[in-house]
Design a protein around this ligand. Sequence first.
Ligand code: MG
Length: 283
Amino acid sequence: MEKWSVGVFASIDAGLGVSLEVARELGVKTVQLHTPHKNSRTPEKAKEFLAKLADYGIAITAVFCGFEGESYESIKITAETVGLVPPSTRAARLAEAKEIADFAKLLGVDAIGSHIGFVPHDTHSADYKDVVLVVRELCEHLKKNGQRLHLETGQESVEGLLDFIQIVAADNLFINFDPANLILYGIGDPLGALKKVGKYVRSVHCKDATATKGTPGIDWGAEVPFGKGEVNAEAFLQTLKDIGYEGPLTIEREIPQEPSRQKTEIGQAVNLIRSIQEKLEST
Ligand code: MG
């Protein structure tokens, strides 16, 4: 794959990404795919998806886990429902994440992305230790598949995330860096964070946001088109260059209910990234 291949976050039948048709119309060569519904995760469907992608000239760079019952309605509800952390669904979702990874293997994909959820803060608590064991078990499963786990950034402080990765101690555990999430969740300066976690970053979301005018960490900020928020697109790409990141640049825009707006805004983001890329390559 070429360096900094521009891509989009896409969905087939579940999740907030663009359709594969929109990805094709945008002329991108890579997608991260939100995992399709359980009944679409079959060898037959994998073949079908792969044939379509080959026809469109698009490669999948990562499959993202998504689970029934997740809701991003508020930060509090996100903490209660998203990822592998919520205790009541933890075991079932671990099993499902393994099954999603096996489906991704059928698609020839070697990276699984996931919001794991709000990791408990007390590293000595039984709950924290259990989340560590669950993520370690998932990493072991992925390793057998020749895959990596990319943790989506956002909910954790940089220090909390680095501690967690070190405690899990799996050599296939990395980060999907989403600068907008750090603003949305009220964690703080995304580019400072990127420099600190740089060595673990194996995929990124080009997403933008503005901080809440309410209480950070309680009230959501607003997700906006890439280049229109507080991330500073050029500084983000410059920082990626500085840390030596050469993987795909995957644009994420969470307005699936408005496909035409999605297409216009993502098209503008593709152009913005390409123009910054040209500028950075000439300096
Ligand atoms: Mg993201």
